[in-house]
Design a protein around this ligand. Structure first.
Ligand code: PHE
Length: 357
């Protein structure tokens, strides 16, 4: 190729680069000129066949043409980029005079709040938190807990069975988590297990789905004094009072011996419940020393290990502490109710205006 030809190519491409192009077509031009088989690249290859005296001049002309084209390409690419940025800026303009969007944040349900409070109180005195499934087998829910077939307690619990053989059910209490925990580990055990429980029952203080927290402490020298001390500490911490009136009433559970139900003393002042004073009693939990048969069922030697268990009604505790008088409202998902009785998460943004509905 001779110099006039190359100059023609140069003029042709400078013209091409003068019109409005996009990035792809500029890159296409770049390849046509400088790619492996590009027109300019190929011209450099002919240098070797030229006589020495011509070669120098040719090379220097070729280089300046190359530079000119390269410069034009760079300029073009820069121009396209600037155009794109400007059009983006134009289109994505933020109108700072628009009113801010309303921000709404959900509330923490009283039951979740109470579960958190309970868990933190018990973890301070060495209990860890365990969980079990809502769908249980009858063995963990009853048999392993020393409640054989035909035992009246099975009827007492108004169980929701999930199959005709009565093998699967919705757990009627959190006590099966005791069984699961002890089968899966080695003593000592010191756990609580909060969660959902189910019984076919519904009125102002009963809901077919409700919440319990199970407690279990098994070690070598655990006695009923420990149970009393633990519950006393818990109730005082939970209700944030220094003094509590608490009474143990003899009771019966197949899985504890002896068994008790615990009432706390309260009185009504100006329509509000005051915990720890007065002469009224309210039942809040069942408890007792774990029955040796239960320990045997989970391969723990009752001659070496013993301890206590308790089951507290979580919803009831919440009703008492936060002055809620109908249990059913907990589960109706009424926004107004939640907005009133729910709890704010810790960092509430400054534009928070409560629930939007
Ligand atoms: N599981 C019993 C109930 O639901 C409560 C309980 C738990 C009693 C642990 C004693 C020990 O009624």
């Amino acid at each position: 190729m001779n110099m006039p030809d190359i100059k023609k190519i140069k003029d042709e491409y400078l013209n091409k680069l003068d019109i409005d192009l996009n990035i792809e077509s500029v890159n296409q031009i770049k390849t046509e000129l400088f790619g492996k088989n590009g027109k300019i690249s190929n011209s450099f290859k002919t240098l070797g066949s030229l006589p020495t005296d011509e070669r120098k001049k040719f090379a220097s002309d070729l280089n300046s043409i190359k530079d000119e084209l390269q410069e034009k390409i760079d300029f073009k690419l820069q121009e396209i980029e600037t155009k794109e940025i400007n059009s983006k800026l134009e289109n994505e303009k933020v109108d700072v005079t628009l009113p801010e969007r309303e921000f709404s944040r959900g509330k923490i349900h009283p039951v979740s709040q109470v579960i958190d409070e309970i868990s933190s109180i018990f973890s301070e005195i060495g209990f860890s938190v365990e969980e079990g499934p809502d769908i249980e087998n009858e063995h963990n829910n009853f048999t392993a807990l020393n409640t054989p077939d035909n035992h009246p307690a099975r009827d007492m619990h108004d169980t929701f069975y999930l199959d005709n053989n009565k093998e699967l059910l919705l757990r009627t209490h959190t006590s099966p988590v005791q069984v699961r925990t002890m089968l899966n580990g080695k003593p000592p055990f010191k756990i609580i297990a909060p969660g959902r429980t189910y019984r076919s029952d519904s009125d102002q203080t009963h809901s077919p789905m409700f919440h319990q927290v199970e407690g279990l402490h098994i070690d070598k020298d655990i006695n009923m004094g420990h149970l009393k001390g633990c519950l006393n500490y818990f109730i005082k911490s939970f209700f944030e009072v220094d003094k509590i009136k608490m009474r143990f009433r003899p009771s019966h559970f197949p899985f504890t011996e002896p068994s008790a139900e615990v009432d706390i003393g309260y009185e009504m002042k100006d329509g509000k419940i005051v915990i720890g004073e007065g002469d009224k009693w309210l039942e809040i939990l069942g408890c007792g020393m774990v029955h040796p048969n239960v320990l045997k069922n989970v391969k723990v030697n009752p001659d070496i290990y013993q301890g206590y268990a308790f089951g507290i009604g979580i919803d009831r505790l919440g009703m008492l502490k936060y002055g809620i008088n109908d249990l059913r409202a907990f589960f109706e998902s009424d926004y107004r109710w939640l907005n009133h009785f729910g709890f704010d998460p810790l960092d509430v943004p400054s534009n928070y205006r409560g629930l939007s509905r």
